[in-house]
Design a protein around this ligand. Sequence first.
Ligand code: GTP
Ligand code: MG
Length: 149
Amino acid sequence: PEQTFIMIKPDGVQRGLVAEIIARFERKGFTLRGLKLQNVQQSFAEKHYEDLSSKPFFRGLVQYIVSGPVVAMVWEGKGVVSTGRTIIGATNPAQSAPGTIRGDYAIDIGRNVIHGSDSVESAKKEIHLWFPEGIVQWTSSLHSWINEQ
Ligand code: GTP
Ligand code: MG
């Protein structure tokens, strides 16, 4: 089944949004497969966002990600990459719909609370980068109540 990498950024942790964010993914019906709180080294943040290294906001973005602990997670389920992005909302909170995480909890693009992988391919890369130790194999007993097949 499809998996995505979700990270609650330092502002989300500082603002006490961890439980609220996890609840949204749980209640949707997705399965938690990995979870940890950690500080991020500068070189690791640069690696995570390497595709954006030529952007003018790259330095500020890296500083933001290393500014406090983050919550790294792997979530699994049908269409979780795309649906995860829908739950998160548009990159710029000024354009994120109400009801999305960024739409409900953020104002500034440089403090937008949460990251989600943008494709199945980048999800694989990011899960490998953030969880080299591997993730947890388990099957929810609710699976057939949430998925038709
Ligand atoms: P992530 O889930 O964090 O990867 O966001 P995204 O996929 O919605 O956007 P993108 O990957 O293009 O950018 C990564 C992050 O860089 C965003 O979440 C923002 O925090 C930051 N960012 C993107 N564009 C801008 C910008 O124009 N200005 C500033 N200050 N930050 C930006
Ligand atoms: Mg992105």
